[in-house]
Design a protein around this ligand. Structure first.
Ligand code: NAD
Ligand code: ZN
Ligand code: ZN
Length: 378
């Protein structure tokens, strides 16, 4: 089968690889209909996450079930399914408590909890930027979708970024009527903003410096804040009449940069501590790494982020972090799409054939104007 394979820094290729197959009785194989390129894939693409050459990429997958193992009885051949990026066993302590992103059994790497398709340090699993994908523990992991091809561009956001954006608002403790600040208008930040709107936010400020992305934020009824126009905290304070916000979402990650492009891993956390009210919450879904050898400072290289913890403590704020447990949210979010309340497909900018993946990666990585979210159609 054809698949997108990691070849080294800023290099991917579409190659023939071994067919995905049922390896365990509880596996299914799906024929991939859509697989998205994610901001997280760029960490590997840019050579900032150690990944083996030859790895098949792709953790945002959906498709139609092609084959099931003898131990699969809920999922049937022909079902249209969304595949959560978390690969979870369904029976460990974390899975039992609903935290599939910290499954204790599926990642064989010592000290690591939580596994994913096609990702560095997330276990030996191939990704779905390919014609077919092997899904372990299929009965537990797969979400069945209405048959056909309706809402494909919305449903394809269910495998990662819609639940992740929603999770950011949950970690932040968002309540109806709140003012919210979302830092980062990438796909994750935009869907955190969309989630806050659906949940009845009073006002949503979305911070970035990419004008195309800020325009999308405006389209979904949020207030764009361009940090290249000046301190985003001051801009939000002014726009909110000095009130600041009740809660905030971090959707940028450790590569947060200033308007010159220089990286400051603590920058967005500091901004959030300043702009969120005392006793407010901060949800961090942007990725921070335990080790970042190419970080801008000695601290950053050790994964240490010197943010304004003193003010955070003094303000009695709360912070939640980590990979999103997709299964906690994906059923409800599917139903919000079907009922027309949610439409996360608004951010799709490009739909490419699998063969065009190298162009997709290169342009998305350069954050070329208008390259917001790239879907691959194997
Ligand atoms: P992205 O790179 O497309 O978007 C990040 C955005 O942040 C960019 O538009 C960039 O211009 C902006 N930005 C940079 N510095 C900023 C600053 N100082 N202030 C405000 N905005 C700034 O990535 P994405 O796909 O939207 O993902 C965002 C983050 O979420 C990444 O770190 C990704 O790895 C992570 N992620 C986490 C999970 C999870 O489960 N926790 C899942 C998916 C993605
Ligand atoms: Zn993703
Ligand atoms: Zn588990």
């Amino acid at each position: 089968m054809k698949a997108v394979v990691y070849k080294g820094t800023r290099s991917v290729a579409v190659e023939e690889v071994a067919d995905a197959k049922v390896e365990q009785p509880t596996d299914a194989v799906i024929r991939v209909t859509t697989s998205n390129i994610c901001g997280s894939d760029l960490h590997m693409y840019e050579g900032r996450a150690s990944v083996d050459e030859g790895k098949v990429l792709g953790h945002e997958n959906m498709g139609v079930v092609e084959e099931v193992g003898p131990g699969v009885d809920r999922i049937k051949v022909g079902d249209r399914v969304s595949v959560p990026f978390n690969i979870a066993c369904g029976s460990c302590r974390s899975c039992n408590e609903g935290w599939t992103s910290f499954c204790e059994r599926t990642n064989p790497i010592e000290g690591m909890q939580g596994a994913a398709y096609g990702y560095a340090n997330m276990g030996p699993y191939d990704g779905g930027q390919a014609e077919f994908l092997r899904v372990p523990y299929a009965d537990f992991n797969l979400l069945v979708l209405p048959p056909g091809d309706e809402h494909e561009n919305d449903f394809t956001m269910l495998s990662d970024i819609f639940p992740t954006g929603w999770h950011g608002t949950v970690l932040a403790g968002h309540r109806p009527g709140d003012r919210v600040a979302v830092f980062g208008a990438g796909p994750v930040g935009l869907l955190a903003a969309h989630s806050a709107r659906i949940q009845g936010a009073q006002e949503v400020y979305v911070v970035d410096r990419q004008s195309d992305r800020l325009r999308l934020a405006e389209q979904i009824d949020c207030t764009p804040i361009d940090f290249s126009d000046g301190d985003p905290v001051e801009q939000i304070m002014e726009a909110s009449g000095g009130a600041g916000v009740d809660c905030g979402v971090e959707a940028v990650g450790w590569q947060a940069h200033d308007s010159n492009g220089d990286e400051h891993p603590e920058m967005v956390l500091d901004n959030l501590v300043q702009v969120v009210k005392a006793h407010g919450g901060i949800g961090v879904v942007g990725v921070y790494v335990p080790e970042g050898p190419d970080g801008p400072t000695e601290l950053a290289k050790e994964g240490r982020v010197a943010f304004d913890y003193g003010t955070f403590f003094t303000k009695g704020q709360r912070m939640g972090t980590g990979q999103a447990p997709v299964k906690r949210y994906n059923r409800q979010l599917r139903d919000l799409i079907v009922s027309g309340v949610a439409a996360p497909g608004f951010l799709v900018s490009h739909e490419l054939a699998l063969d065009d993946a190298p162009t997709g990666y290169a342009n998305f990585d350069k954050r070329l104007d208008g390259w917001t979210k790239v879907l691959l159609r194997p």
